[in-house]
Design a protein around this ligand. Structure first.
Ligand code: ATP
Ligand code: MG
Length: 234
């Protein structure tokens, strides 16, 4: 077993008065890719947001490297080593690609991932580094992932990286995620396509109505036909 990096224990999270996450518990070990599976509205993004402090956690505990983090300011989490790629990507289109990357690097930590290495890894970003980041969906997603990497995180929370992309482009992004995984990065992954998510992951949690309904190694989840059918319809 690898050391636990991120741990949620009985997390109850709210948007205003809406109680969304109900006693969610999960762990992510160093070097693991863990999938959050479930239908639309099941609470997958909210689980990521609870770690980032983007919804209110009324009870339960969230620990990173063994220390509680739910009272940390969101900007401090990047310095601790937590990177977040939100569903909506949040690229700054009026800044250049390089400026987008340098802002993320400043917010994060020093490490192997430099702006230069990003351009080697993502040739399409390198070619246009000094151009405003008015990009196609696939390019935006590459930049969003690149921004996470350049912060040299210990864990990347990745929310639907292939969402809304044409199939060929989605495959490119999937290949990038696979490559990042193969380099030993730790990822908590939300991906709508359960097959794709499971092919990228070591373990998974199935959410429904803000609760964890099943969890385990991918092979165990696959074997749980009832849960797969009921909560994922695959
Ligand atoms: N800002 C918000 N305010 C109030 N309710 C919200 C907010 N964001 C999400 N919700 C509700 O919380 C529940 C869980 O949403 P969440 O975004 O976590 O779902 P999800 O599993 O990521 O699915 P999808 O991304 O497909 O919507 C849903 O019922 C959703 O309507
Ligand atoms: Mg979502």
């Amino acid at each position: 077993m690898s050391a636990t990096l991120l741990e949620l224990e009985n997390v109850n999270a709210f948007y205003g008065k809406s109680h969304i996450l109900q006693n969610v518990s999960l762990t992510v070990g160093e070097g693991e890719v863990v999938a959050l599976l479930g239908r639309n509205g099941s609470g997958r993004s909210t689980t990521l947001k609870s770690v980032l402090g983007l919804c209110s956690v009324h009870s339960g505990e969230i620990r990173f490297q063994g220390k509680p983090i739910q009272r940390q300011a969101t900007y401090k989490l990047a310095k601790l080593g937590i990177a977040y790629v939100p569903e909506d990507r949040r690229i700054f289109p009026n800044l250049t690609i390089g400026e987008n990357l340098r802002l993320a690097a400043l917010a994060g930590r020093k490490g192997n991932w430099t702006e230069k290495r990003i351009y080697e890894y993502f040739a399409v970003l390198g070619e246009r580094r000094d151009k405003p980041a008015k990009l196609s969906g696939g390019e935006q997603q590459m930049l969003a992932i690149a921004r996470a990497l350049v912060a040299n995180p210990s864990i990347i929370l990745l929310d639907e990286p292939m969402e809304g992309l044409a199939p060929l482009i989605a495959r490119n992004v999937e290949d990038v995620v696979r490559r990042i995984r193969d380099e030993g990065n730790t990822i908590l992954l939300v991906e709508q396509n359960a097959e794709v998510a499971m092919s990228l992951s070591n373990r998974g949690y199935i959410l429904s109505n803000g609760r964890v309904m099943a969890s385990g190694r991918i092979a165990e989840l696959r074997a749980d036909a009832a849960a797969m059918q009921r909560y994922l319809a695959v």
